[in-house]
Ligand binder design. Sequence first.
Ligand SMILES: NC(=O)c1ccc[n+]([C@@H]2O[C@H](COP(=O)([O-])OP(=O)(O)OC[C@H]3O[C@@H](n4cnc5c(N)ncnc54)[C@H](OP(=O)(O)O)[C@@H]3O)[C@@H](O)[C@H]2O)c1
Length: 277
Amino acid sequence: MEKIALVTGSSSGIGLDTSLALARDGFYTFATMRDMSKGEKIKEIVEKENLPIEIIELDVDKEDSVKNAINCIMEKKQRIDVLVNNAGWGLWGSVEDVSVDEFKTQFETNFFSVIRMIQEVAPIMRKQNHGNIVNVSSVAGRIGFPISPAYISSKFALEGLSESLRFELIPFGINVIIIEPGVIKTNFFEPMKLAKNAETTTTYRDITAKVLSGVKMMAQMGTDPKEVANTIIQAIKEEKPLPRYIVGNDASMFLEAKKMKTDIEFENYLKKELYGE
Ligand SMILES: NC(=O)c1ccc[n+]([C@@H]2O[C@H](COP(=O)([O-])OP(=O)(O)OC[C@H]3O[C@@H](n4cnc5c(N)ncnc54)[C@H](OP(=O)(O)O)[C@@H]3O)[C@@H](O)[C@H]2O)c1
């Protein structure tokens, strides 16, 4: 039987490479994006390699857009085997500098949209008694780094949601898989989205500058997004996928250190790693 995959945020980075990897692996893939004018790159590859990919519009922040996309897929294919919740972005700025509205905007895409997608897709997968839901979290879903509290807390929330959901869906043959990449070389860091107050206030200027320049340097040496895509393919092919998969040496290093050290030791280790203190 033909297997159907749906990926959010396929216009670039991890979403683009995951859509291509799924299609190359034989999945009929709906590569979705909110801005269809950004589909040229994927279209070119699809035509060149004759891949089973259909590009459709989906803005995860908008309920109508989510419902329309799922209806369109169900009309055409009547099933969804893999959902990759990938769309996301990062907001920089200290807790004091990020307004509550800005926190909400960050959570809208990185957290609430995942719930929106799952509430539409889980009933379809339950009827099939089969499915894989892949949530693209981050090493930032398990470690609090400075100057990115909105992003960090949205990914921590996503981890909690995913752990909880795993128990609920396993009896229906649905796996929930968390992917935890370290720094990946994508459009994620360009441009850096800074909270409005962080652009003008001075209190956290020094630490913000230190962290942002450290992150930019790490981004240049980031892992190829294809590695994330390959990990997703490997995970969904397991008979019993693990709860989480880590991608990138940096992510493994940080998470191993967190496991081995006390909270205070780990805090001191992070300060040294991030800005040499
Ligand atoms: N890069 C990293 O170092 C890294 C590390 C860990 C985790 N991640 C996670 O990986 C995921 C993908 O990020 P990436 O690194 O591949 O960055 P990216 O190249 O910037 O891709 C992000 C994708 O999400 C899309 N998106 C954002 N808001 C959306 C919305 N409301 N509706 C639909 N699509 C939306 C973007 O679309 P537009 O082109 O329209 O903006 C883009 O396609 C994110 O969840 C991110 O948190 C990234």
